[in-house]
Unconditional design. Sequence first.
Length: 441
Amino acid sequence: MTTSNYATERETTEGKVFTVTGGDWDQVVSGTDPINDERIVVNMGPQHPSTHGVLRLILELEGETVREARSVIGYLHTGIEKNLEYRNWVQGSTFVTRMDYLSPIFNETAYALAVEKLLGVTDDVTERATTIRVLMMELNRISSHLVWLATTGMELGAINMMLYGFREREYILDIFETITGLRMNHAYVRPGGVAQDVPDDAIRKIRDFLVLMPKKLKEYENLLSGQPIWIERTTNVAVLDVTACVALGITGPVLRSAGLAWDLRKTMPYCGYETYEFDVPTHTDGDVWGRYLVRLAEIRESLKLVEQALDRLKPGPVMVSDKKIAWPAQLAIGVDGMGNSLEHVAKIMGQSMESLIHHFKLVTEGFRVPPGQVYVGIESPRGELGVHAVSDGGTRPYRVHYREPSFVNLQALPAMAEGGLIADVIAGGASLDPVMGGCDR
């Protein structure tokens, strides 16, 4: 005869009472306790400072363990892709640069390459313009990774890293301002080339930065790489192996941190990347620590590419010679910002009436693009940034759709978070480096 481990519960004036004589407490109360297996639903965001923008995470928690995670996006929707259908092809550069606001040069370059492919002028883009594009993209990759390092450091408790990362990024933004007139959202890379040439003082600033940045990288590593708390918060956290990455379409440093050296600059080269010497850093653990190491290594590789691009800068035009496509501008920085230089305006006004009419039509109406559709992919700091552009033969895009890595990579968040601790959701989400301006566009 089996005896019960505990007496039957009895009601008292104080409530239900159990007299336990043995056995496991969970077994004792599981049959009668109504909140024994209750889970808490927590909304993280959309204003949470650790979600890299207005991202909302709905977490179902059991204690501190995440049982279910859902991403809710759309809080930063700008309608940029739809707006492109109401602007001419050149004006599109001003819109796309504002999507992923941490890597605007990549948005512009992918768009320009797609339009040039539709126009059939890819091979007509000058060598100097292509080299400048590589130079600007690699500087932008460094600045984007610095923001990732700064914000992730802050989110995991390394407050100093926040200060240092943004401090070094200022050097690059200063270079961008010298070249384009703007710190961000440049609309500098345009169909046919770039808006204006790189001035000599910008070259000097880039050379100085190439001397400064390697020293700063060593400081970052001294601050973080051997720090026990940093290691504990990143090692074996938010693991995503290569099989999961491929299944979910994950690209960029997250994929490379899982061991697959997939980088479009090597596997599907563009802008002459096949002629540059650089490596594709990888790691094998597929965790936050691996993504940290990969991004640090990528900064070093980008510095090598910037130096090579500087050495290749040969005198020459920065826009295609076809006057039906080439944007008629010689920009200068004036008291009211960047615009056409007064000398260039005087030259336009002093030319023939036909030339003036052509200038007016090109600026207001734009050039016509033959009917067709193309897809162009480039390697942004977050992964494959693709542009699917469709033309119906008019002066405005029929449709432009971006394959945005932040949008695709966010699919990995539930796979990384579920089964882990709520604290690791922050580390895992940060390691994806999502930018919601690009995700929601």
